[in-house]
Structure formats: C-alpha cells, structure tokens
Design a protein around this ligand. Structure first.
Ligand code: B12
Length: 219
C-alpha cells in the first residue's frame, strides 16, 4: 500500500473506531517517515466524520469518548516526531487553555506539544478555564501570546467574555496577542469576539506564533 492509500486506510479504521488498527497503522506510517502533519490532518478529518455520525444519531457519546481516547494515543505516538533541532532556542511564552464549560482538549494538547517542540515555553491551564483564571495566570506568567481553545458553540459566550477580560488586562501588563482555535472556529468568530488571530490547525498555530514573536502584534 502506498502512503496515500495507508492514510486513507487510517481514516477508515479511525472512523470505524478500531482502536488496535489505528495504533498499528499510525506506528507503521511513522516508521515509513510519513510527515506527522499528514497523519494529523487525516485524523482531524476522521474526527470530523465521527462528529457528523454523532450528530446523525449513528454514534452515541461513547463513540466520541472512544474517538477522544484514540486521538490521545495518536498524539502520544506523534509527539516525539514533532521536535525540531533548534528547539532549545526560547522563542517566547504562550499561555493556553480551553474556555469555561468546554472540556475538549485534544487539539489544545497537540498544539501545546507542537509549540513546545518548536521552542516556545507553554503554560497549559487545562480545560474549563474561567475568564478570571486566564487573567490571573496571564498576570503572573506574562505571556506574549494567549491561545484559547473552544469547540462547543454553547460556550462561545464564555469565549467572548474571556477575550473581553483579557483585552481589559492589556492596560496592566505587556500586551499579549490573543488567538482562538478549535474545530468550529472561523475568522468570523475572531471578528465577532475581537480576538487578534484565528488558527486553523496546530501547524498553523506554530507558524502564526513565530510570526507574532518576530514582528510583534499589529504588524
Ligand atoms: C472527541 C470529541 C469529544 C470528546 C473530547 C475528548 C477530549 N479529551 O478532548 C468528549 C467525549 C469528551 C466530547 C464531549 C462532548 N462533545 Co464533543 N466532540 C469530539 C469530536 C469528535 C472531536 C474533537 C477533536 O478532538 N478533534 C480533533 C482535534 C485535533 O481537532 P481540534 O480540536 O479542532 O484542534 C485542532 C485545531 O483546531 C487547533 N487547536 C484547537 N484548539 C487549540 C488550542 C490552542 C491553544 C491552539 C494553539 C490550537 C488549537 O489545533 C488542533 C490540531 O490541529 C468533535 C467533532 C469535531 N468535528 O471536532 C465533537 C464535538 C466538538 N463535540 C460536540 C458535542 C455536542 C459534545 C458534547 C456536548 C456531547 C454531549 N452530549 O455530552 C460533550 C461536551 C462536553 C464539554 N462540556 O465540553 C459537538 C459540538 C457541536 C457544537 N457546534 O457545539 C461536536 C462538533 C460533534 C458534533 N458534530 O456534533 N467530545
């Protein structure tokens, strides 16, 4: 099987929630030196399909939980392959977390691992983080960038509140750039809630953060 056919196969076994085949195939693809970004993109597409099956009533919450566990395992396998040689150069501090009411953390964890692998100092506040806690930790950690993860539409009011509170904080400390990310998040949300940037994927995030640190906010 060539790489594209194997990636397609990975998509199929992930959508079927076949845990053993998913782990075996991920290891096989890594052995064949297929780029982690391709594996990750395939998995994100498979998770979108699983989400659709959940919406259609074909899968239940147990399906989402299994998908989450499989994705965690894939992240573990991919993480050692994400490190770049010059990662020991400290590029900046980034505070990340999932907004209040939302416990989705796979995307945030992948982005955190990738940012660390690229030399950023990452402080991850975890999931279900209140606006108050984001502000409190930002005042202590003094990040150049704050990344908010949000997947649940019902929690977007909390996303809006968090961005507003973080922007108010700008008068008190060095101005951090605020960006938002998550499967449902688009540039429209960025404009609506007043974030500085929107990142479509973990790899996008790294490029974006490198650019923000190099040029500073607003350039
Ligand atoms: C797995 C999953 C779960 C797992 C999460 C496990 C975990 N540890 O995260 C569990 C079972 C807990 C779960 C629960 C629920 N879920 Co859910 N879940 C999903 C699913 C299938 C995949 C999400 C995922 O991990 N994707 C893979 C990652 C890698 O992608 P990603 O998050 O987009 O992240 C990438 C980028 O966005 C970016 N990124 C993301 N975050 C961040 C953060 C930072 C700082 C940075 C830098 C970058 C970054 O980088 C990542 C890598 O490229 C999605 C479907 C979908 N389309 O996303 C539904 C989905 C998000 N869930 C949904 C729902 C409804 C729920 C529940 C309400 C179900 C229920 N009835 O209980 C609960 C809510 C729980 C809560 N309070 O949060 C809906 C949301 C619909 C909506 N519009 O609001 C979705 C879209 C499914 C659907 N189509 O209906 N879920």
């Amino acid at each position: 099987m060539n790489d594209q056919a194997s990636l397609r196969h990975l998509w199929e076994v992930l959508v079927k929630l076949d845990e053993v085949a998913v782990a075996d195939l991920t290891l096989e693809l890594l052995d064949r030196e297929v780029e982690p970004v391709e594996i990750l993109t395939t998995c994100e597409q498979a998770l979108t399909s699983i989400g659709e099956k959940y919406e259609d009533g074909e899968y239940f919450i147990s399906g989402l939980i299994m998908a989450g566990e499989m994705m965690s395992r894939i992240t573990e396998l991919l993480t050692p392959h994400l490190v770049i040689p010059e990662a020991d150069i400290l590029r900046g501090r980034i505070l990340i977390g999932t907004i209040e009411g939302d416990i989705h953390d796979l995307g945030k964890n992948i982005a955190g691992a990738l940012l660390s692998a690229h030399g950023f100092q990452v402080l991850d506040l975890g999931v279900d983080v209140s606006a108050t806690d984001f502000v409190k930790e930002a005042l202590i950690f003094k990040p150049e960038i704050i990344g908010l993860s949000a997947l649940l539409g019902s929690c977007f009011p909390a996303l809006s509140k968090t961005i507003t509170r973080l922007k108010e904080m700008r008068g008190m400390t060095k101005i951090p750039a605020i960006f938002i990310s998550g499967a449902q998040i688009t540039d429209e949300h960025r404009k609506l809630y007043g974030a500085d940037f929107q990142a479509a994927s973990a790899f996008d995030t790294v490029r974006l953060c490198e650019k923000i640190i190099r040029r500073g906010l607003g350039d």
